[in-house]
Ligand binder design. Sequence first.
Ligand code: UPG
Ligand code: MN
Ligand code: ZN
Ligand code: ZN
Length: 980
Amino acid sequence: MMESGAPVCHTCGENVGLKANGEHFVACHECNFPVCKTCFEYDLKEGRKACLQCGSPYDENLLDDVEKASGDQSTMAAHLSKSQEVGVHARHISSVSTLDSEMTEDNGNPIWKNRVESWKEKKSKKKKPAKVKVDTEAQVPPEQQMEDKPAPDASQPLSTIIPIQKSKLAPYRTVIIMRLIILGLFFHYRVTNPVESAFPLWLTSVICEIWFAFSWVLDQFPKWSPIDRETYIDRLSARYEREGEPSELAAVDFFVSTVDPLKEPPLITANTVLSILAVDYPVDKVSCYVSDDGAAMLTFESLVETADFARKWVPFCKKFAIEPRAPEFYFSQKIDYLKDKVQPSFVKERRAMKRDYEEFKIRVNALVAKAQKTPEEGWTMQDGTPWPGNNTRDHPGMIQVFLGYSGARDIEGNELPRLVYVSREKRPGYQHHKKAGAENALVRVSAVLTNAPYILNLDCDHYVNNSKAVREAMCFMMDPQVGRDVCYVQFPQRFDGIDRSDRYANRNTVFFDVNMRGLDGIQGPVYVGTGCVFNRQALYGYGPPSMPSLPKSSSSSCSWCGCCSCCCPSKKEPKDPSELYRDAKREELDAAIFNLREIENYDDYERSMLISQTSFEKTFGLSSVFIESTLMENGGVAESANPSTLIKEAIHVISCGYEEKTAWGKEIGWIYGSVTEDILTGFKMHCRGWRSIYCMPLRPAFKGSAPINLSDRLHQVLRWALGSVEIFLSRHCPLWYGFGGGRLKWLQRLAYINTIVYPFTSLPLVAYCSLPAICLLTGKFIIPTLSNLASVLFLGLFLSIIVTAVLELRWSGVSIEDLWRNEQFWVIGGVSAHLFAVFQGFLKMLAGVDTNFTVTAKAADDAEFGELYIVKWTTLLIPPTTLLIVNMVGVVAGFSDALNKGYEAWGPLFGKVFFSFWVILHLYPFLKGLMGRQNRTPTIVVLWSVLLASVFSLVWVRINPFVNTGNSTATTSSCIAIDC
Ligand SMILES: O=c1ccn([C@@H]2O[C@H](COP(=O)(O)OP(=O)(O)O[C@H]3O[C@H](CO)[C@@H](O)[C@H](O)[C@H]3O)[C@@H](O)[C@H]2O)c(=O)[nH]1
Ligand SMILES: [Mn+2]
Ligand SMILES: [Zn+2]
Ligand SMILES: [Zn+2]
């Protein structure tokens, strides 16, 4: 268990230090748990006299020593241990409340009623200043508050567009055009100069090259006008958080989705939740909804613990303004945490917090350990009743609210954000639509309970890394100049724990730093599934408010790209039927709002009758409370809402039959039909004319984890590619969907086409990667002997490719290494995962098999990239391995051939070997991954690949026995196919 050398203290991360006799300090002789002397003494003063790890009491002698050394600090210890008691007490309460607030459809639930009532009460008194906020602010030492800058002007815009420098962009665009021209000439040459001796090879290669050129165009032109943006958080505060007035910032509902607590460790989810609860935003405007698709009691129980731990963690974060506010990642930062933190109490409180967190971790890990083996009779809750989710495919909807206005307060007595556990109903025979279905359930639950106008959704492993992230998003959403037509603000995905060289391009830097910024200059980034703030109204299927008047304004200025001619739709927008329909819908909506106001005095039954007269039920489903909530464009819950209705409704709207015969997943909410629901959902919004915004704050807003071992990574890429093929084959295919409204800009459409056709590039890619080997084995080549003109063309093409890359790196700031990794993984993923995705996609369409969403496992601990070397057997590994071997055999064969033939064979050999090396170089990270750490490759992979490769090579060797130098040229020119 213990490492040799100097052990590091588990609490503070420093060396445990030495005892008087020169040995390492050991606090617990039972388990040798590393704790340094300082932390140990501190624990004792706190009255914790047992080992944190194994629970055995500490050594008496050690105790005596320490007690002698400290006597003066007893007052503080007493004080702290008192507050600890409070903590324990409160935890007790929160778990009790879990038990008696049974997740049933019982609408007389007293806790619920109280909560809703007091919340309503608060709403009526909301004119009072936000006291809680002032309190926490006062505790922040002046050094940590904003410096005294000139007071920000609230009337100025909250964000600006910063165009990429002309000097960087102009040459980039020039080279792109030149590359296009050279490509044209190149293809003219290629097509008019067939290789007579190897016609099929030549034809294949030309087809492949044309496809590559086409996919280059799809990828390149959406990057035509990239932009950057700057936000002004201080102006946001100045405008919406005026002193002495209640904060006017808009409320935000946070969504966290989780499904399998064994693959997605509860500790990871807990960290995400904690980072949300501690965001730098008014507490009464934050609610956190956790969707548990696995209906796991483990998730539920760890959320109980999390809610309790948040009571200490949140005030600590706010008091010392620490970052990030996910404890695991905060405590594992390898920086000098004392820097900039001058408050004397900080060191002490940090130490105590660290200890508390360790205890929290132990409690959660104990829950995980307990959950490893499901008891035969299923799980039972603490009060003895069976857990309703024991059958994960057949269970009722479950909702539990923690914290919040009427819930437990933090240890300083301040209110905490609401935390809501949601597990939607699952029944056999009902499609649950994976993550998209979970998000839609959350949309409805949150609409009923809090109805914030904005929604931020996160995967369970993506924690808030920048506590001001929501404010960043609000700089766009709440700016009347910008926010009106914005459907969502997407943040880039950033990752922790990726190997330094990022072998499998997990960071996706090229996508997040180049492509997405390009899209931001057109109609906005695509939605990537996490780290995204939505405008709730956009999820309800409406078009952007200003759309009908677009034709008039577009002629004067295009605020999106600056160059109107390129991206704005034609000025004379036709009034197509869908347009008229939407207008009608808006009017209908206005009328309904009006009606609702008129009929305040009517009872619920009459009101719901009235609502159902409209067509809303067909769209939103049979919940009048939900429908009413959709009519409040600025969010909030209807004052007249009856608490008992709310409870019933929350459960009602997550029932599995709720979405039947509605537009959920078809026109509204997250869209169904693809495992990459994100692309589809964003695409729908862009088609309706919304724009999205890409926000890249200096400190990354959110951080997640990524699968770093080869097999998991390939499976992830497979799922993404499969999702794209599914969209390609669906009615939402960007090639033909959504032309009617004319609201999707054509460059944006190009980008969407690119995201759904890229898996098909795998077919020419596999062909092209085997070509060099075939050439080497047969002695033929795909290019005829070069003329001068042809050489110039080849050189020009080669140069233009390199120069575009260089110029792209220059404006985007991406490193050359990242670009190269991206290229490599494009080939690796292309010849394996994408290839399988194409086949599976068509299989699905033809045979009607449903694709499943395989969640990627998230590493729980910092096992120092141990994960990187795991190789799990999967069919995905076969094609790239085969290609590798065939090419290596080809190179060897080529050389031996040249040796046999003598001097004149070396010239042509060079060209072929060059291509072969191109393939091998691209597949190199794959080879490394395959070798694992101990060079142990799964035998099946080796067997299959060797088999395929040798069969392949033998066939060619038989046709073209180049060892026999005598008549080989004659044979090669006459036999080009296997059947000769
Ligand atoms: O039935 C399901 C399946 C998945 N999830 C959640 O979906 C998220 C993403 O799953 P993950 O395995 O981490 O997929 P990644 O490939 O890492 O995710 C990327 O790609 C997905 C689309 O394939 C997007 O949904 C994600 O937001 C995006 O981060 C996780 O929070 C899961 O808990 C559910 O809630 N219900
Ligand atoms: Mn993930
Ligand atoms: Zn220590
Ligand atoms: Zn111990």
